[in-house]
Design a protein around this ligand. Structure first.
Ligand SMILES: Cc1ncc(COP(=O)(O)O)c(C=O)c1O
Length: 424
């Protein structure tokens, strides 16, 4: 039999809209203002701390660090993570049964979905969402139910807090069906910067216990919080029995390219995540696991966690000063390194020419394009992280990443002063 379409892609990769990263990069290349100041993607503009870099170099000199690691991760890293997180969980985490190492948090979450989602199962996520969740849930055949966070009602006129992006618990309850298998939480949240309060997490946890729903708690920004931070897996034994907590060495140690992540959870969940991970990529990068282990072992001695939080908070304050100066409202983050600014007051010139694939997208895509072309500053349009139905909730905002060197932040601020002439 002759196969008519040998290069026909599978549905899971075909027919996707041009993604935001491609659009932003295309604009950045086309912009007359060069070089662009990239405040868009959430990668760090500086190196991991020296003690972690040195550990990576040392690891490359060790024979066993250049070979396969055990599929569940290197014992040294699992122990370092268990030791570092046991105090937060108020109990001893077993490194052999309750921790599994993955190729970044992203592949860890894919492994969790692959482990528990069958075709037709439903997964609840909040909007705006981290975009990788979607394909990760759809690959094993899951169906997504979306529950939007409600933006602050006065977010277009005054400075608000990320806490003002609220969850409608009734809407969450209504999204639960007999097919609901999992819910994905993200705190500190990308892109909102919200740190879910203890009472919000208790309410979500109670619903999950009542309906027997697994909780995938994406806590990759867990060391960057500026208000009290609660981990849902610590709230009660009943909630802990349902919870997988996700972490990322890339986010913790400014090394997003290292692709080292992990999940912590009860043995009856972790063993299936490990099984899926083994099938997806067998094991994760050995020398960088070793370096991450040293990172955890030495972080307190180096005062790294405190310094890292202080430094990011000061970058946030330094950058947000421009919005105060311009009188542009923003949502002050409670954690992480993203800030959402509301650009509703900026008037896009009439008849401004946008390429068709930008013109058809919501206003934030046009604003992002405009900023790159006219000012040479790249920021991310958050409606990329919404379904079409709820995109209107995000279209006045833009997301800026502040994990950049201070001179880059100052350069971006100087360029953003150019917005004045487009504001009435
Ligand atoms: C909310 C969230 N979860 C997960 C990830 C992915 O983490 P990793 O780079 O460890 O795969 C990111 C990265 O941007 C993120 O923002």
């Amino acid at each position: 039999m002759v196969r008519s379409e040998p290069f026909r892609p599978a549905k899971r990769v075909a027919g996707q809209k041009q993604d935001v990263w491609t659009i932003v990069n295309e604009a950045a290349t086309a912009s007359p203002v060069q070089p662009i100041i990239n405040m868009g993607q959430g990668f760090f503009g500086y190196n991991p701390p020296q003690f972690v870099i040195d550990a990576a170099k040392d690891a490359l000199n060790k024979v066993e660090c250049n070979q396969y690691s055990p599929t569940k991760g290197r014992p040294r890293l699992k122990k370092a993570i268990a030791d570092s997180y046991s105090p937060f969980f108020g109990r001893e985490i077993n490194p052999n049964t309750e921790v599994t190492i993955t190729t970044g948090a992203n592949e860890g979450m894919l492994s969790a979905f692959m482990a528990f989602i069958e075709p037709g199962d439903e997964v609840i996520i909040f909007e705006p969402f981290f975009d990788q969740y979607i394909s990760n849930i759809e690959m094993p055949g899951g169906t997504i139910r979306y529950v939007p966070l409600q933006p602050p009602s006065n977010g277009a006129t005054q400075k608000t807090s990320a806490a003002d992006w609220t969850l409608d618990l009734k809407a969450l309850e209504n999204a639960i069906t007999p097919k609901t298998r999992m819910i994905v939480l993200n705190s500190p949240h990308n892109p909102v910067g919200k740190v879910f309060s203890k009472s919000e997490l208790e309410a979500i946890g109670a619903l999950c216990v009542q309906h027997n729903i697994l909780i995938l708690s994406d806590e990759v920004y867990d060391r960057l919080y500026y208000v009290p931070f609660t981990r849902i897996g610590t709230l009660s034994p009943e909630i802990a029995a349902l919870t997988l907590t996700v972490g990322s060495a890339g986010k913790n140690f400014y090394a997003t390219g290292w692709r080292v992540g992990w999940l912590i959870g009860p043995e009856h969940l972790i063993k299936y995540v490990s099984a899926a991970h083994t099938r997806i990529c067998y094991s994760s990068v050995s020398p960088l696991q070793e370096a991450a282990a040293v990172g955890f072992e030495d972080a307190d001695k180096e005062n790294f966690w405190d310094d890292s939080k202080k430094e990011m908070k000061s970058k946030m304050a330094r950058f947000c000063a421009i919005f105060d100066e311009l009188g542009l409202p923003y949502s002050e983050p409670e954690g992480g390194y993203f800030v959402l600014a509301n650009l509703g007051k900026v008037k896009l010139p009439e008849n401004y020419s946008f390429p068709p694939h930008v013109a058809e997208r919501p206003r934030d895509f046009k604003m992002s394009w405009f900023l790159i072309m006219e000012l040479g500053v790249a920021a991310i349009p958050p409606t990329e992280f919404y379904t079409d139905t709820n995109a209107h909730l995000g279209e006045e905002w833009l997301r800026f990443a502040v994990c950049k060197n201070d001179d880059v932040l100052e350069g971006a601020k100087e360029r953003l002063r150019g917005l004045k002439k487009y504001m009435s």
